[in-house]
Every structure is written in structure tokens, then in C-alpha cells.
Design a protein around this ligand. Sequence first.
Ligand code: IPD
Ligand code: CA
Ligand code: CA
Length: 267
Amino acid sequence: MHDHTRHASEIAREAGAILREGQRHPFAIDMKGNRDLVTSVDTASEKLILDRIRQNYPDDRIVAEESAPVAPGEGTGTCSRAWIVDPLDGTNNFAHGYPFYCVAIAVEEAGEVVTGVVYDPLRDEMFVAERGAGATLNGKRIRVSDASLLGDSIVATGFPYDRSAASENNLGNLSRFILSVRGIRRAGSAELDLAYVACGRLDGFWELGLKIWDVAAGGLLVLEAGGAVSQTDGSDWDHSRGDIVASNGRVHDEMLAVLRAPELGVD
Ligand code: IPD
Ligand code: CA
Ligand code: CA
């Protein structure tokens, strides 16, 4: 395991403890936008993560959700390596006490995600992927599921915070998927959804309008667990784009076909 992968998982575990403890005490909630919350625990987790990265890798770039928004390829530091950080993925869940959220940290080198770490502090589950070296859950190798039909699959998705105004609100896709699959879940943490695809608890996941920190770590987990990841139009996965389809590979084409199908009730 590379040093940056080991550090990413150590930092994610430390930040996870902040989330676990933070849930047990009162915390402040601010609105970033309609439905889009940020809590004092998001901020505390991000501070810890950024402090640790800067201590160990002072020249590396950092792209982190709660800091000044920066485009991929920008960020602090001068190095070609970048750390992509979601200090608390599933903030709405956290704010409501719904136990499904995580810390996600990815490392990007030369434009490619090389390390992905997703840590669920409530279940003490550490998902780690390193490009070319596979994916693990608490140190044990994980693989995607072997479902071969979408009709036998459970898939997950999510909806953008600005869905009242967004042209792409994902509702058309939802209505088609719900008729094509065994079950749909909307658990509220894209990174943990992707980790669940990687370890075979879900057979697929798609979402639109995400940010780089919502998908970078989990996308690599799925690839390194033997799955497939692409854009919703079927083109190669680009972690800096907001739409994603991830699956066990076997049901990927069926998922893309559902996303391409015309709206229900439209000839
Ligand atoms: C959100 C979660 C959610 C997804 C949203 C994301 P946040 O991240 O991943 O599942 O549907 O689009 O913004 O705001 O909790 O870090
Ligand atoms: Ca997120
Ligand atoms: Ca977040």
C-alpha cells in the first residue's frame, strides 16, 4: 500500500471519530442553499482532514467541499497530486440522526484517481481502493455482486438539492428504473452507495448533478472491485463530471438502456 493510501485511511478514521462523537452532542446547522445543509461537524471534520494532509504533504493540492470551491485542476498547493475530500457525505442524514453517512477521501495523480477511501464511522467499515491493487473492506478483499439481470437487482440513486429548479431532476429515470429492478434505495450518501456497489450489497447506482468529492473515492472502489463505472451516456468515467453509473458490470448495459429510454407516456 502506498503511503498516501495508508495516510488517507488513517485520516478518514480520525475524521470519522469526529462524526461519531459529533452526533452525540448538539451541533450547529447552516443552510448553504435550499435543502443543502452544512453542520459544525462537517466543518470540524474538514479542518482535521486538511490539517493532516498539509502536515504530511505540504505541496499537494486539496479540493475539499467546505473550503473555497475550486475547479478540478486547481486548488491549494503546487504538486500534480490532489486530495479530493468530502468530510461528511450524507449531511442531511447526519442532521436528522439517520445513520448513513461517511468520510470520503480520494487521491488524484495526473488527472487519474489512484486512491479511494470511504469510512463509515457508525459501522466501523473502512473501504479502501488503490488503482491496480484491488479494493478491501476492513482489510479483506471485496468484489461486486454477480447479479446478471437488472430485474434481479437492487440499485440506488439520489436527487440534486436544486431539484425544484434543475432541468435534470432524475424523476424520469426513477420512474423507469422502478419498473425495471427488484428494488431501489435512496439512502442519502453517494460515496457510501458506491462503496456498497463495490462490496456487492448493491448491484448498481446512478446519479446526476454530483460533485467530484461525491464520486472520486467510490468510483475507484467499484472499478477495483471488478465493477464498471461510466457516465450516464455510456462514455468513459470522468470523476470530475457530475453524472455517474456504477454497477457490477453485468447489469451495466441494461442500466444505460433504462437511462436512454424515452420518458414514460411519451411516444
Ligand atoms: C450529498 C449526498 C447525497 C447526494 C447529494 C450529495 P452531501 O452529499 O451524497 O446522497 O444525493 O447529491 O450532494 O451534501 O451530504 O455531502
Ligand atoms: Ca457529498
Ligand atoms: Ca459533504
